[in-house]
Design a binder for this molecule. Sequence first.
Ligand SMILES: O=C(O)C1=C[C@@H](OP(=O)(O)O)[C@@H](O)[C@H](O)C1
Ligand SMILES: C=C(OP(=O)(O)O)C(=O)O
Length: 424
Amino acid sequence: MIEIHAKSSLHGEVTIPGDKSISHRSIMFGSISDGMTEVTHFLEGADCLSTIACFQNMGIAIERDHDTIRIHGKGLHGLTAPAQTLDVGNSGTTTRLISGILAGQDFSSVLDGDASIESRPMNRIITPLTRMGADITNENGNGCAPLTIHGKKLKGIHYDSPVASAQVKSCVLLAGLYADGETSVTEPVLSRNHTELMLSAFGADISSHGTTASIQPEPVLSGQKIEVPGDISSAAYFIAAGLIVPNSEVLIKNVGINPTRDGILRVADAMGGNIERLNCRTVSGEPVCDLLVRTSSLHGTTIEGEIIPTLIDELPVIAVMAAFADGTTTIRDAAELKVKESNRIDTVTENLLAMGGDVTPAEDGMIIRGGRALHPAQIHSHLDHRIAMSFAVAALACGGSCEIEDGECVNISYPEFYHDLNRL
Ligand SMILES: O=C(O)C1=C[C@@H](OP(=O)(O)O)[C@@H](O)[C@H](O)C1
Ligand SMILES: C=C(OP(=O)(O)O)C(=O)O
């Protein structure tokens, strides 16, 4: 149980820990490259540590010195059969991306994780991987983990993905490294492109045109030095807190602002948020800046269409911002919220209602009528890190104290979250 007390203002600065998506990919791509990959500002969250453990179990030496990681890559065909089930913990990214790599190996492996992972949809990767020739079984027959993957010789395909999902896209592209010809993926709307950027830096022949990414098989991948930018999905809580807590000025340092991830900034602008972008630079091929956020009177907006994949993980905290804004905010085209660590349409609705908010859930989003003063309540995180952090932000501006049940689950993506929040 974590207790959060309301604050009358927030002042100070926070340096955002490494991006979760980029940290996962640095371990995976480093493991299947030749030579050493050195990663700095790696996210030491439980999800990324699950990825490290999976590759260690396949014979890759990975040294960890706080947030510096050294991976002794063994090349595209250097992994060895794991002696035990690969434990993906709570991480959808680990499960789906690693499956693409495992599908092309000359050994079999079993993947499993926690109760949340065992209920998340895996047919979205089983379908394209099976078309490529992979042999994947799901023990419970429900399209979820545990998955048994018998590695095979794969064929290159073109896949029209029904969902805008970087995890599906990345899974298919990684399997494409082991295919007999070109593999390409078209998604309905462009999702985050970290796989395309980073695989290219490791030496893969990969290209993107609009919503299609294509990859050639059997490249020689070479170890790289990677500095992981700060995670905008973690910065999101400080952006929201700085905007809604009265009399606040917060400097948020080291935020990755890749255009496939920066939707929260565009929404904050549309809602009237006062955010200055400072010190813009490029870090390991990714755009980064510092954000100076000041208390703002927010107004409602509509969030739909192409922007959705660029802020999918931020929608819970955007819903909290909307509850503090004047007028109505409508979120549409976001049915993916239902298949994250929790059903985030339900868990956001439940907690906003508990605090006195006015929200109507929908099949693909929610409608939030803002401007009502929220009051303290018991928050149910449902073991979902994003729900815990979003409602910690709501608690700061609710005039009292809130308890967050299982609030410790922030260790999935931001172990130091409460420490950083309390320093402001
Ligand atoms: O590729 C990634 O690193 C991620 C992609 C997104 O999932 P989907 O691809 O399922 O939308 C996101 O929600 C997740 O936190 C990380
Ligand atoms: C959905 C998330 O992650 P994953 O899919 O990797 O579990 C998240 O971090 O919000």
